[in-house]
Design a binder for this molecule. Sequence first.
Ligand SMILES: *[C@@H]1O[C@H](CO)[C@@H](O)[C@H](O)[C@H]1NC(C)=O
Ligand SMILES: *[C@@H]1O[C@H](CO)[C@@H](O)[C@H](O)[C@H]1NC(C)=O
Ligand SMILES: *[C@@H]1O[C@H](CO)[C@@H](O)[C@H](O)[C@H]1NC(C)=O
Ligand SMILES: *[C@@H]1O[C@H](CO)[C@@H](O)[C@H](O)[C@H]1NC(C)=O
Ligand SMILES: *[C@@H]1O[C@H](CO)[C@@H](O)[C@H](O)[C@H]1NC(C)=O
Ligand SMILES: *[C@@H]1O[C@H](CO)[C@@H](O)[C@H](O)[C@H]1NC(C)=O
Ligand SMILES: *[C@@H]1O[C@H](CO)[C@@H](O)[C@H](O)[C@H]1NC(C)=O
Ligand SMILES: *[C@@H]1O[C@H](CO)[C@@H](O)[C@H](O)[C@H]1NC(C)=O
Ligand SMILES: [Cu+2]
Length: 609
Amino acid sequence: MLLLRTACWLTLSSLSFAGTIRHEAAALKPAPALVERQAPTTTKVPDGACTNGPQTRNCWSNGFSISTDFDDKAPPAGTTVTYHLEITNTTLDPDKNGGRLAMLINNQYPGPVLRAKWGDTLVINVKNSLHDNGTGIHWHGVRQLNSCQHDGVGGVTECPIAPGETRQYVFKCTQFGTTWYHSHWSAQYGEGVVGTLIIDGPATANYDVDLGTLPITDWFYKPVFELNERAQHSGPPLPDNILVNGTHVNGNGGGSYFKMTVTKGKRYRIRLINTSVDSVFHVSIDGHPFTVITSDFVPIRSFVADQLALNIGQRYDVVINANQTAGNYWFRVGVGTACGSNAILGANVTVGAILHYEGASDGNPTSSGVTLKTDCTDETNLTPFVPNQVPTSVVPKELDLDFFVDSAQNNLFRWTINGSTHIVDWNQPSLKTTLEGDTVGGNNTNLYEMPEANKWYVWWVQTTSVIRLAHPIHLHGHDFYILGRGDGRWDGTTNGLTFNNPTRRDVATLPAGGYLLLAFPADNPGLWVMHCHIAWHASQGLSVQFLERKNEIKGALGNTDEFNKGCREWNKYWTPGNHPYEQTDSGLKRRWQPPQLGSMRHSGSVWRS
Ligand SMILES: *[C@@H]1O[C@H](CO)[C@@H](O)[C@H](O)[C@H]1NC(C)=O
Ligand SMILES: *[C@@H]1O[C@H](CO)[C@@H](O)[C@H](O)[C@H]1NC(C)=O
Ligand SMILES: *[C@@H]1O[C@H](CO)[C@@H](O)[C@H](O)[C@H]1NC(C)=O
Ligand SMILES: *[C@@H]1O[C@H](CO)[C@@H](O)[C@H](O)[C@H]1NC(C)=O
Ligand SMILES: *[C@@H]1O[C@H](CO)[C@@H](O)[C@H](O)[C@H]1NC(C)=O
Ligand SMILES: *[C@@H]1O[C@H](CO)[C@@H](O)[C@H](O)[C@H]1NC(C)=O
Ligand SMILES: *[C@@H]1O[C@H](CO)[C@@H](O)[C@H](O)[C@H]1NC(C)=O
Ligand SMILES: *[C@@H]1O[C@H](CO)[C@@H](O)[C@H](O)[C@H]1NC(C)=O
Ligand SMILES: [Cu+2]
């Protein structure tokens, strides 16, 4: 249904812009004092010692198990695990990837799988060997407790890494499970600057073998920078293919499927990750239902599902039982065509990968399975294993999602939050300003403060625009608790909201044309962005930054030498008034000249539920 989007875009240029938007005040009572985060209801008594193994995946180490609330505590002194990543500009194998220019990590796609244990400290040296781009790596979903200078967001938590320079990221693994890392610099991750990260820890279901990460992504045969530029004026491009763990067949008979080999009688853990630029996927394995054990970094009460929906950035760890007749089975990938499409769907090939039993003959499966869904909504009923309670008394703060089109700049499209599109300043990231004791503010900073230590804040993301699209909203530095979501405008009542152990994760889908209510406590001083994970949308400014406990940040962060070095190096490369290239987008996944926002703002009054 890309048509839908294109159609939306085409109408944009003809829209006129009204003046100020009038917002109806929500039907809410005056703000009571914020409530402190409540202690987890699980026992605070240390968990007994038991050894993690195929029948005891709930165990970890003395005092730590699957029942531990990892926001509360993590194993103390783990080992230090060091990796070196180098980002280069290269040309891909024409058979597999259309021979396009790409930016790779350690010359591979996806980048290397990084692996550490719960409680370990990861030290990752990232060298920027690109000739003409900055870079920066974000460790998706990693809480970065007291280490926001290692969050990897150029213009917010760091100056980008200048060409030829190396930056060292250091953070403690306070969570466990599966995630990915990617460039947060402009549209660069779509060029290939993506990899996966496993933090070993306990689990809510038993398994014999860990098959590792299975990243699934949309893939373009043209450089994404070029497409991104176009997307800013004429809408999103159609992806050419889907890659499962970096490979797939193409429509001309080239390429090959990714193959996972299993032994009959064993149970396998697979770590599914959607690393798309702009696609929702539905996945299943013929004859092998998933026992789902996590959503993002959060262990959940396991449940069995024939298929799963994965929005960008989302992860599900699943266990499958290799208990079928030895043979080949399709791992199927379907596209959420309600919100996008892919050219490979028009080719006569099965989209996915192969589950191969040891001893079976090679070849494509002939298995059949469930019909995959095509919607773009999130999985529901994801119940965190360790329950948490969100106070009911916090008054949500509204964030209105809208857009405008600048006809003076060839119909440049921008998303806005409360009337402002986010644009970062690579030379002066918000963290730098904050550490210098100055105030970040003004047009296009989209900064919201969370001053009160350990209090809960609730953010009400509300679509007010005529463009009805689903957006995967991702938060840095925290998991959020999803209190509610729905179509149209939230009615301001608590009817239907969940406060008792709500789904907790770091990416949630804002329903097309609807709202999302997200809660999290101010328990991590720093600067944290919350943005749409569709790369085009982040480029088009769909982002805010939370300034959490401003006065405590300097004290919390400890050593900022690496941060300061990064800014000296970047400012030498990207000297004001003398840029090798121009920033043409938000900078978050790039910068452009802001028009007079007051006059460009699109009227919210045309919004209909
Ligand atoms: C990548 O290489 C191409 C072709 O040599 C060049 O045009 C482009 O500027 C390079 N990009 C970066 C980011 O180094
Ligand atoms: C980054 O590199 C891409 C591709 O080589 C180029 O098109 C773009 O202009 C560069 N961006 C900046 C801001 O340097
Ligand atoms: C995907 O590829 C990586 C790198 O080769 C490997 O470590 C991982 O096990 C593969 N995933 C699965 C599910 O087989
Ligand atoms: C990944 O997320 C994108 C964007 O929401 C979605 O279109 C795509 O279908 C997802 N892929 C999978 C495998 O879930
Ligand atoms: C295979 O394993 C699944 C998942 O554990 C189970 O539901 C199913 O009953 C098993 N089937 C057979 C034939 O044992
Ligand atoms: C699609 O492929 C299948 C199996 O390879 C073949 O039998 C069928 O004729 C093809 N259909 C079209 C329309 O090409
Ligand atoms: C965003 O705008 C709405 C409507 O004007 C306003 O009620 C709300 O307070 C603003 N949000 C924040 C966080 O300031
Ligand atoms: C913000 O934008 C408005 C409208 O374009 C302009 O009048 C105002 O001066 C700007 N403020 C700052 C601090 O740049
Ligand atoms: Cu979006």
